[in-house]
Design a protein around this ligand. Structure first.
Ligand SMILES: *Cc1c(COP(=O)(O)O)cnc(C)c1O
Length: 400
């Protein structure tokens, strides 16, 4: 079968909730993927940063296989011997006292919302069912009903109401707007330190510090969604670290399993995470031994291969070189670490057509919103590979 036949099959039997580039991937290794027609591509999306450690990392693969031979699922009705080490190693790496494991990112966001509300009623003494959470315009936190309830993206939510109340939306990057939105019932402010899906939007410097200060002054929890920006992607363990802030709650997912298996988690210290009581929250697969073993290996690869530092140095290099491309289409090149956005002018005809041409020339990147091309290769990329990609990107951005 060639790719056309695979695509026809998929379109016939599968829901059309995505609009993928027409490349049918069969195999991946490190930063490279291979399609069913034998073409090789540089992956510059990394499954939205779930593949920070690269495709099929041998050490994570080994952890998966070895654990799969032993036991894969116990449910949390019983304990397993991987989960305690997952908790301990995650705590030692991140500096948060406790965590709760989930599977997808959206589930972890839902978990954080429940935790915040519980804290509001138990600790802050907000009247029951009155807790408010302040969120930012242009956010992306996942796809569940409650999460899309506070999306500002028309087509994410238009035909999916009724929605969950309790969320207040303010412009991203504007601390004064947050200050104005705070009420006695405000439980939390939840933000992405950089809006990835929003178009790699980096807030003004000082913003996160002001948010932290507002939270402290008003007895509000600061929740950072680091599902995309965390675990090294931006050149720090967490993107919030660039601004020296320590959110009360951090949500992670994606690269937590190096792309092998859905593993997500919410991190917090004991006074907050300790609020959950037996029976109040759970997940059949959350914290399973296979996921825990995979995540432990994925975290150790980040540390032992110094991927966070690599993201910083190679990210700076990549951005500098992209900025040198004299393209009339480019409005701005921005990024932190290896989370890079090339924003095109509105007249450029949309980012999609550039992504199509990049694909024809061996680079897989994806448009985010209409006018931004995101470059976010696995952190195991080398300068040599970036130097291979640059002339292709250059030629693509210089086309008419
Ligand atoms: C991907 C993402 C999510 C949702 O994660 P899923 O695993 O797709 O549910 C939430 N927040 C951010 C910032 C993300 O990038």
């Amino acid at each position: 079968m060639d790719s056309k036949q695979y695509i026809a099959l998929e379109e016939k039997y599968g829901a059309h909730n995505y609009h993928p580039l027409d490349v049918v991937i069969e195999r991946g290794e490190g930063v490279w993927v291979y399609d069913v027609d034998g073409n090789k591509y540089l992956d510059c999306l990394s499954a939205y940063s779930a593949l920070n450690q690269g495709h099929v990392h041998p050490r994570i693969l080994n952890a998966l296989v070895e654990q799969a031979k032993k036991v894969t699922l116990t449910s949390r009705a019983f304990r397993n011997e991987q989960l305690p080490f997952f908790y301990k190693e995650l705590s030692e790496l991140t500096g948060y006292e406790m965590s709760i494991p989930m599977n997808s990112g959206a589930e972890a966001v839902e978990t954080a919302i429940k935790l915040v509300r519980k804290w509001a009623y138990q600790v802050k003494k907000v009247p029951y069912h009155q807790a408010e959470i302040i969120v930012a315009e242009g956010n992306f936190h996942g796809r569940t009903i409650s999460i899309i309830s506070f999306s500002t993206e028309e087509y994410y939510k238009k035909e999916f109401g009724p929605f969950t109340p309790g969320f207040i939306t303010v412009p991203y990057g504007d601390a004064q707007a947050i200050a104005d939105a705070i009420t006695p019932n405000t439980a939390a402010i939840m933000l992405e330190p950089i809006q990835g899906e929003g178009g790699v939007l980096i807030p003004p410097s000082g913003y996160l510090q002001e948010v932290e200060k507002l939270c402290k002054e008003n007895n509000i929890l600061f929740v950072a969604d680091e599902i995309q920006t965390g675990l090294g992607r931006t050149g720090k363990l967490f993107a919030a670290h660039h601004d020296n802030v320590r959110p009360d709650i951090v949500i992670i997912g994606k690269a937590l399993s190096g792309g092998f298996y859905p593993v997500s988690a919410v991190l917090a210290d004991e006074p907050i995470m300790g609020l959950f009581q037996p029976g109040e929250h759970g997940s059949t697969f959350g914290g399973n031994p296979l996921g825990a073993a995979v995540a432990r290996a994925a975290l150790s690869v980040l540390v032992e291969e110094d991927l966070i530092k690599k993201a910083e140095t190679l990210g700076n290099y990549f951005v500098e070189k992209l900025k040198e491309i004299p393209s009339k289409h480019v409005k701005e090149v921005r990024g932190k670490g290896l989370l890079i956005g090339v924003e095109l002018n509105p007249e450029a005809g949309g980012a999609r057509r550039f992504c199509e041409v990049l694909k024809e020339n061996g680079i897989l990147a994806k448009e985010t919103h209409d006018n931004v091309i995101r470059f976010a290769p696995p952190l195991v990329i080398t300068q040599e590979t970036i130097d291979w990609a640059l002339p292709i990107i250059r030629e693509t951005l210089l086309m008419n």
